[in-house]
Design a protein around this ligand. Structure first.
Ligand code: PEP
Ligand code: MN
Length: 254
């Protein structure tokens, strides 16, 4: 089955050339976003990520900057000429995302949020649909159908690990899901080794495994000072770490 190509700004996902998506787990302020964007562009990253509505396990953890973070992403997007992806968790966040964001992420926890999917299906924005951590491949593809049914076929899937009994990783990267979702769904698949593993020390082999399995791209979290990150620092690359891994994955580092 042919994989449909999804255009995000001037980036084509699914055309046979793997893309890199990278950025902070959370947008914390504009200066860290600029610093990351500058490095990302140098590293050959095609799309800048940054969460601003954050689905945190604890309600007492940093919840993200909301629309203010979208405005920062939009600002940095214009300064560095790079499209941006960010998450929405609720239908009432879609309007501002449409204004500022090039690709809308539906996170693992919202893969089953059918009203959210249907509402995004009525837009023409590309959607990065993460696999729920308890979702079968079929359930994930059916979640994508909620978008398609409403008319939005600009779907990119993201394998970000599923929950298993293994405690040494945050989740378990399901490599078989990469070729299966591509074959059975026909949508491009991005691998997110950061949320799959929860640990920076195995991002390189997991990313390479993702590409070897046919992934259309890799999404990485990066932070100028990972140990001080407001979310997901332990699984985030430093800026030199991003430069190094990007070189190994796409060899465009200069
Ligand atoms: C994220 O991308 O930062 C995120 C919250 O991912 P997930 O929904 O896969 O946990
Ligand atoms: Mn994260």
């Amino acid at each position: 089955m042919d994989i449909r190509t999804v255009e995000v700004g001037n980036v084509h996902i699914g055309d046979g050339v793997p893309v890199l998506i990278a950025g902070p787990c959370s947008v914390e302020n504009i200066s860290m976003l600029r610093e990351i964007a500058a490095a990302a562009v140098r590293a050959g990253v095609s799309i800048l990520r940054g969460g601003s509505f954050k689905p945190r396990t604890s309600p007492y953890s940093f919840q993200g900057l909301g629309v203010e973070g979208f405005e920062m992403l939009n600002q940095v997007k214009m300064e560095f000429n790079i499209p941006v992806v960010s998450e929405v968790m609720a239908v009432d966040q879609i309007d501002s995302a449409l204004k500022y964001i090039d690709m809308i992420q539906v996170g693992a926890r919202n893969m089953h949020n059918f009203p959210l999917l249907s509402a995004l299906g009525k837009t023409d924005k590309p959607v990065l649909l993460k696999r729920g951590f308890m979702a079968t491949i079929e359930e994930w593809l059916m979640a994508a159908e909620y978008l398609i049914k409403e008319g939005n076929d600009r779907v990119v899937l993201c394998e970000r690990g599923i929950r298993t009994f293994e405690p040494w990783t945050r989740n378990t990267l399901d490599i078989s899901a990469v070729p299966l979702a591509r074959m059975l769904g026909g949508y491009p698949v991005i691998v997110d080794p950061c949320h799959a593993s929860g640990r920076r020390d195995i991002l390189e082999p997991l990313s390479l495994a993702g590409l070897a399995a046919g992934a259309d791209g890799i999404m990485l979290e990066v932070h100028p000072d990972p140990d001080k990150a407001l979310s997901d620092g332990g699984q985030s690359l430093s800026i030199p770490g991003l430069m190094d891994l990007a070189e190994k994955l796409i060899g465009k580092n200069i």
